[in-house]
Design a protein around this ligand. Sequence first.
Ligand code: IPE
Ligand code: IPE
Ligand code: MG
Length: 276
Amino acid sequence: MKALLDSLKPGENDWDLAQSIDPDRLPSHVAIIMDGNGRWARRRSLPRVAGHKAGIESVRATVETCARMGVQILTLYAFSVENWKRPRSEVDTLWRLLHIYVRKELPTLMENDIRMRAIGRLEALPPQVRHDLESTERITAHNRGMLVNLAINYGGRAELVDAVNALLEKARSSGRPSDFRVDEADISSHLYTAGMADPDLLIRTSGELRISNFLLWQIAYAELYVTPTLWPDFRRADLLQAVLEYQKRERRFGGLNLPRPAPDRHLMEAVAFPMK
Ligand code: IPE
Ligand code: IPE
Ligand code: MG
């Protein structure tokens, strides 16, 4: 949080917002469904791809703000397994924009000690995009700051299917008995996000109240925040608002957040001298 506050001057835009965030209760992992690019363009009578292009600036601002705030993991939904249903020209433009973004952002990622990973069924991506992603992943692998996961050709159900198949394959190749069983830890450790904490905060832009096949397993207890802001308009202030809202929530994880009662003397005595 200090880096964010240091980057702002008192009285500047977002200064008050940033001041009101509790640095001790930041979400460690923020996930974002970046939605609304097409509607942003349509409102300006522009082609849909103009919205995708404009959305890149929002990605840049969000990565920067999260890194400065001290978020540890940022997972961005960039392309779903269902997005192949869109016209070929739109999909091709998305690959071209991704190629440009990844190459252009590399120096900024390095300067800010940010690690980038791609998650999803990457084998189906155009070879050039795959190559870009793999080289960015390799070059940033030793950075120790924030981790950015780019979810590309990602589907929550596909991820679960891949995890189950990986587990079956492991069982087969290690000669485990055919009646072997798996537990939650086995599944978690075979997802694309193996080893990462689950998202604390899931943001969706553009007002849609759905998950669209994103991180189905990992968001079991994430706090959901939906804003009507379209992705290309999403900036630092929107992110800070989402974090502020997150900090107002009471997370119970199925338990009860009861205020801790003062020790009860009679109960303590009963425990110390159990009744026969
Ligand atoms: C999100 O914006 C970007 C991708 C899914 C790639 P959309 O393209 O879905 O924009 P809308 O929802 O049509 O406005
Ligand atoms: C979800 O947005 C996928 C991404 C943001 C990459 P969509 O626009 O594809 O979702 P639906 O179709 O409105 O559910
Ligand atoms: Mg959409």
